[in-house]
Design a protein around this ligand. Structure first.
Ligand code: ADP
Ligand code: MG
Length: 585
């Protein structure tokens, strides 16, 4: 096999070898071909040394290359693509800082069980290992390792197709997550005879193999579920990710079981459906006796399955990851397996069996829902004409528009903007809501919006707090360059939580939470040729959002709120070690 290698530790000054086309190819070409071969349709990234040519070669393979302004946003896009398609989203970055910027998104993907692959150009590892101070020197492989599901390093071009296939398997199998490939400069620059390179590509067999649950675990779960007096189903984003919506619907509707969705499972079953217990979260926690947890974790978002939860509660948990079982609370009936296969087995076993549910259980939840929803509607009505607008005024204008465009994907981040939008806007289709998820991080908005639009071809609306938007705002320009059907709605209350923070001392600097209540975010959109709006009333907002969605073009709406709208930390103020008003010097 004729190969020529580029720089090594010994030959400190690299000789740039050029391949003789068409009989020779580079490692970069092999990478592009390997991605194409395995079915990757889009690469999200930001090029520079040493991956610029790889970006062109990827385009040359007919793969879409979506070039971003910041790697973290490209990574958020890849992760959202992965979540919505069940195929790994691919992020490509340069070395050192580009790698680190991207790694934030890949770590977030791992935490959220989104399948993605980060491929970063990397310096020659023989030089990194000897700490020679080479260009952008960083031991990226070992830096990434603890934050990802799997990591591979390609030091030779021959390894690239296998690394790509194995990274794909690792990203989607079992609990999905982020995978890292360290794509070293020697591997990228290596020249091979095309004929030899062709022999490296293979079609991996059974790339995604769903886990079948143990039949005994299914028997135990069915026994428990059919004996429940107050059964309920808790749906998480793992359930939404699984894309087995009809099986979930069958279990719920055939056996008349109320369901409670986590935020990204909203719409998996309609939020406003007759068995939706969305407005009865506390009652489910306190009064249900058997809860089937499907693709959700009993973590901080669910009070760790303790506290408020009925102490006599018995959990059935369907999860692909055995290590998720018994975390925080003992699980009476674990069903370890893929949601789809687990539900097939459960539904088959349930056939002909009767539920023992208390006949008043569902009607009582429906009555509670009616009362709670009426109260919620009153809150929207009470704030309808507030000037300047507060969050509820603005959300009151947005709610009917999003609800009457159910196929629009909603991206949502912020503090109050997140909490209030999640609570107010009903979703009716699965996987149409992506938010800041398990880590409750800010700065996923523009990337996720772009990833959702590219992966699905659907219209996307991102509802963003002004602070949240600030993390990723520049990548709105990416949506503009790619002419995506996206609308960004910025709730500007002039700050983190709100815009009325008071500085601690006599400094003339703004308070740590203060941003800019007078900022005209719409002008940022103007700079990139977007259709933009600055709105001060609910009527203007409703008109702008309706027009924006209909235009199928990049749009940005700056929504002027009052600076005192919103409270510190939104709904999770209790997590602050000390509330602001208690701080003394
Ligand atoms: P939420 O935040 O909505 O509660 P989490 O991200 O906390 O959701 O939990 C998702 C769970 O779904 C994880 O425990 C993960 O292992 C599980 N999961 C992901 N994919 C599948 C699948 N295909 N089948 C079963 N469980 C899955
Ligand atoms: Mg704000």
């Amino acid at each position: 096999m004729a190969t020529t290698t580029t720089p090594s530790a010994q030959g400190a000054c690299p000789q740039k070898a050029a391949p003789h086309f068409p009989e020779q190819v580079t490692g970069m070409y092999i990478l592009a071909r390997a991605l194409k071969n395995i079915g990757i349709e889009t690469v999200y990234g930001l090029v520079g040394i040493p991956i610029t040519e790889a970006g062109y070669l990827i385009q040359g393979q007919g793969i879409r290359f979506v070039g971003f302004r910041h790697e973290q946003q490209a990574g958020m896009a890849a992760a959202t693509d992965g979540y919505l398609t069940k195929k790994p989203g691919v992020l490509m970055t340069v070395s050192s800082l580009g790698f680190l910027n991207g790694l934030t998104a890949t770590a977030n993907a791992t935490v959220n069980c989104y399948p993605m692959i980060q491929i970063s150009g990397a310096s020659d590892p023989t030089m990194v290992d000897m700490n020679m101070g080479t260009y952008e020197q960083l031991d990226q492989f070992n830096t990434a390792k603890p934050l990802v599901k799997a990591a591979f390093r390609c030091s030779k071009a021959e390894d690239i197709p296998s690394a790509v296939a194995r990274a794909y398997r690792a990203a989607v199998s079992g609990r999905p997550g982020g995978v890292y490939i360290d794509m070293t400069t020697p591997a990228l620059g290596q020249i091979m005879n095309r004929e030899d390179a062709e022999k490296l590509f293979y079609q991996p067999v059974d790339l995604y193999s769903p886990v079948i649950p143990n039949p005994e675990s299914v028997d135990r779960a069915v026994e428990l579920l059919t004996s429940a007096k107050h059964p309920a189903i808790l749906l998480g984003k793992g359930a939404a990710y699984s894309q087995v919506d009809h099986k979930i619907k069958q279990l719920i509707e055939k056996y008349n079981i109320p369901y409670l969705p986590m935020s990204m499972a909203k719409g998996l079953m309609p939020d406003a459906g007759p068995l939706s217990a969305l407005s009865c979260r506390s009652t489910i926690m306190e009064k249900a006796d058997v809860v089937v947890v499907i693709g959700a974790r009993l973590n901080w978002m669910l009070s760790f399955g303790r506290g408020k939860w009925n102490p006599a509660m018995k959990f059935i948990q369907i999860d692909v990851d055995p290590e998720e079982i018994d975390v925080n609370v003992p699980i009476a009936a674990p069903v370890v397996g893929d949601t789809g296969l687990a539900l097939d087995a459960i539904l088959a076993k349930m056939e002909g069996k009767k539920m023992s549910a208390d006949p008043t259980w569902v009607p009582s939840l429906q009555a509670e829902t009616k009362g709670k929803d009426a109260k919620f509607a009153e809150r929207l009505t009470a704030n309808k004409d507030k000037m300047p607008m507060n969050h509820w005024t603005a959300i009151g204008a947005i709610k009917p528009i999003i609800e009457s465009n159910p196929d629009v994907i909603l991206i949502n981040e912020g503090a109050n903007t997140l909490d209030d939008t999640r609570d107010a806007v009903n979703m009716s289709l699965p996987r149409h809501r992506v938010d800041c998820a398990t880590w409750a991080i800010m700065g996923m908005g523009m990337g996720s919006m772009i990833g959702a639009a590219v992966a699905t071809g659907k219209s996307v609306v991102a509802i963003e707090g002004d602070s949240a938007f600030g993390f990723s705002g520049m990548d709105f320009s990416t949506a503009c360059r790619f002419k995506l059907p996206v609308t960004v709605v910025i709730f500007n209350n002039g700050g983190i939580y709100n815009g009325i923070g008071v500085p601690m001392d006599k400094t003339s600097d703004p308070a740590p939470t203060t941003l800019d209540i007078n900022a005209r975010y719409d002008k940022l959109g103007d700079a990139f040729g977007a259709q933009t709006y600055y709105v001060q009333t609910p009527e203007e907002l409703a008109k702008a959002l309706t027009e924006s969605i209909a235009s199928k073009k990049p749009c940005l709406i700056d929504v002027q709120l009052a600076a005192d709208s919103g409270k510190e930390s939104g709904h999770i103020g209790y997590l602050n070690p000390a509330p602001l008003q208690d701080i003394t010097v």
